[in-house]
Design a binder for this molecule. Structure first.
Ligand code: G3I
Length: 368
């Protein structure tokens, strides 16, 4: 209970401190709008990014793909990659012990194949969104190891050769007091991470295997800890091919130089870099100043990827603002690149301008 209260307090603090950064914007002045971008668009953003070796897309849910034509149109026409936001998690794949249910997961893969989209398998081993039978069970080392082997070989085996990227382990370095919630850690200790990667490599040798983490985008104690761990595991032959930096910037906006520096140090380990859950929701009330600050941070992100060797994917955490997991909670709004009506927003044009002009941008350079 105390852990939960502490976790909520820290999450609230992180959100408030990030939102205060969003508040540090220029005073509102209608005439001073540096974003009157009139782009002569030369093709789609996804194609411009692809020319630079960067896949572009968003997290999707099967119900929206099925029921919302506008959502479907944007995903099929504007993206080159998708990530299942929810349906490929353990709670959905194996709701009861030993009973696997792939219907919805298959639908999302079928949509990706129909529209020639790459797909990120999200996620195999996580301490979150677990089926009750597993989360509440008491597992010995051997039982947990066998369960992990069964789960990874069943899920990855089903999609062998069709899923080029997997988040093999998600958020192992959770906020400190969450360890008690992670059955994998409780039964296997920290070595559950290497174990998952070795099983995954054996199951689908063609797939690129990622470790996915939040709040590790800048230079901070979490990213330092992650860097040391990843370096150690790589030196021990753990088959980690890439790092996913989630970029939920409502929890913390990294300084530009620190973002560049951090991505570069992981890239220098020979790892592929994916920006996997990109969003910067505007907290509380939306103002033009906050929209401008949001655009500046999005520009920081795309410039960081363009300037980091092996940065090969940018995936926003959702498609349309209205379905965003943060907007649905009411604290935030307008996190993504397309608005309620599917119109492109300022962040979209900031991305486009960065790639189209592919200029290296410092924050005091006036916007085009
Ligand atoms: O689809 C059902 C709906 O039928 C039902 O009526 C409703 C009632 O609660 O639940 C709906 O499912 C929800 C699902 O999102 C789809 O919206 C689940 O309750 C809810 O727990 C689930 O939350 C997802 C969360 O991960 C847990 O899986 C969020 O959408 C998703 O954005 C969030 O994503 C995570 C990444 O996987 C890892 N990184 C952090 C990120 C944000 O927490």
């Amino acid at each position: 209970m105390l852990g939960e209260i502490l976790r909520r307090l820290i999450a609230t603090y992180l959100i408030l401190s990030a939102s205060s950064q969003l508040n540090s914007t220029k005073p509102e002045s209608p005439e001073e709008d540096p974003f009157s971008i009139t782009l002569k668009e030369e093709g789609k953003l996804k194609d411009l990014l692809l020319k630079k070796g960067i896949l572009f897309g968003g997290a999707v849910q099967s119900s929206y793909l099925k029921n919302d034509p506008l959502y479907r149109k944007i995903v099929s026409e504007e993206f080159s990659m998708i990530t299942p936001e929810y349906e490929w998690k353990m709670s959905q794949i194996v709701p009861e012990k030993g009973r696997y249910s792939f219907a919805t997961a298959d639908e999302i893969l079928a949509f990706a194949e129909e529209h020639n989209l790459k797909i990120r398998g999200h996620t195999l081993i996580w301490g979150g969104d677990l089926p009750k039978w597993f989360e509440e069970g008491k597992w010995s080392y051997e039982e947990a190891k066998n369960l992990m082997e069964e789960y990874i070989t069943t899920v990855m085996g089903r999609y062998r050769g069709k899923v080029p990227y997997w988040d093999v382990v998600n958020e192992a370095f959770d906020l400190p007091f969450r360890w008690d919630k992670n059955p994998w850690y409780k039964a296997l200790g920290e070595e559950y991470v290497p174990l998952a990667f070795h099983i995954a490599r054996k199951t689908d040798p063609q797939a690129k295997l990622f470790y996915n983490e939040f709040l590790a985008e800048g230079m901070n104690s979490r990213s330092d800890r992650l860097y040391e761990k990843i370096k150690k595991w790589l030196s021990e032959g753990v088959p980690i091919d890439g790092i996913g930096f989630e970029c939920h910037f409502q929890f913390g906006i990294p300084h530009r130089e620190e973002l560049f520096q951090n991505l570069r140090r992981f890239s220098d380990l020979g790892l592929t870099i994916h920006l996997t859950e990109v969003e910067l929701p505007i907290p509380f009330s939306v103002t033009r100043g906050r929209r401008i600050k949001q655009a500046i941070v999005y520009r920081r992100l795309i410039d960081a990827c363009l300037n980091t060797p092996r940065c090969e994917a940018i995936v926003t955490w959702g498609v349309l603002d209205r379905y965003s997991w943060t907007q649905k909670r009411g604290w935030f709004s307008e996190p993504l690149l397309w608005d309620e009506e599917g119109k492109r927003k300022l962040p979209y044009y900031v991305f486009y301008d960065a790639v189209f002009r592919s200029q290296t941008f410092s924050e005091n350079t006036p916007y085009p």
